[in-house]
Design a protein around this ligand. Structure first.
Ligand code: URA
Length: 213
C-alpha cells in the first residue's frame, strides 16, 4: 500500500472508520448521513485542533488554587466551502463552539470541473487566526485550492484543510499549490472517475446531505 503523503493526516480512529463506512453505503438515508457527518466532523475536529496553542491561567478549584491550561490566542476560524462543507460545520462547532465561521461559495463547472466562486464572507482578522477549511470531498482539488488561495489573499497565514475523503489527485493538487496546508481526512480513496467523483467514494456529498437527488 502507498505511504501517506507527508502533509496528510489520515484519522484512522475506529469510530471514524466505522461511521465513514456507514456514510459510504448507498442505502444510508439522508437523516443518517447528516448525523454521521456531524459525528465524524467532531472527531476530525479533535485531531485538527490537536496542536492549538495553550497558556496557563490561575483558577480556584473547590479545594485549591492552581495554574490550569486554557486555549491561547484568538478564536480559530472554520471556513465552510458551500454547500457540502456545512455538513461538517455543525459537528466541528459542537467541539469548538466559540469558533468564528466563514463561508465560501464555490461550485464546480460540470463540464470543465473548474472552480467558480459566487460567495465570500469571512471574519476580518484572518491573519491572526488558525483557519480550518472544511469540505467533505477533496476530489480534483480545484475548489479547495481556490478557497485556500482566496483566504491567503485575504491574509490567512495558518490554514488547515479537513475533509471526509480525499483522492490522490486532490492531494497532489493541494500539495503543489499550497504545500504549507496540512490535510486531515478520514480516508484516501483510489481515484477520480471521468466526472471528477471520488471512487469508491460516497457519491455526491451535497446531495446526500440535503436529499437533493
Ligand atoms: N464532490 C462530491 O460530492 N463527491 C465526489 O465524489 C467528488 C466531489
Amino acid at each position: 500500500m502507498a505511504s501517506t503523503p507527508a502533509n496528510v493526516t489520515v484519522v484512522a480512529h475506529p469510530l471514524v472508520q466505522h461511521k465513514l463506512t456507514l456514510m459510504r453505503k448507498r442505502e444510508t438515508t439522508v437523516v443518517e448521513f447528516r448525523r454521521l457527518a456531524r459525528e465524524i466532523a467532531l472527531l476530525l475536529a479533535y485531531e485538527v485542533t490537536r496542536d492549538l496553542p495553550v497558556t496557563s491561567t490561575p483558577i480556584d478549584t473547590p479545594l485549591a488554587e492552581m495554574s490550569a491550561p486554557v486555549l491561547a490566542g484568538k478564536k480559530l476560524c472554520l471556513v465552510s466551502i458551500l454547500r457540502a462543507g456545512n455538513g461538517l460545520l455543525d459537528g466541528m462547532l459542537d467541539l469548538v463552539p466559540s469558533a468564528r465561521v466563514g463561508h465560501i461559495g464555490i461550485y464546480r463547472d460540470p463540464d470543465t470541473l473548474v472552480a467558480v466562486e459566487y460567495y465570500y464572507k469571512v471574519p476580518e482578522d484572518l491573519q491572526e487566526r488558525q483557519v480550518i477549511v472544511v469540505d467533505p470531498m477533496l476530489a480534483t482539488g480545484n475548489s479547495a485550492v481556490a478557497a485556500v488561495s482566496k483566504l491567503k489573499e485575504d491574509g490567512a497565514q495558518q490554514i488547515k484543510f479537513t475533509c471526509l475523503l480525499a483522492a490522490p489527485e486532490g492531494i497532489a493538487q493541494m500539495q503543489a499549490a499550497h504545500p504549507d496546508v496540512q490535510i486531515f481526512t478520514a480516508a484516501i480513496d483510489q481515484r477520480l472517475n471521468d466526472h471528477g467523483y471520488i471512487v469508491p467514494g460516497l457519491g455526491d456529498a451535497g446531495d446526500r446531505l440535503y436529499g437533493t437527488r
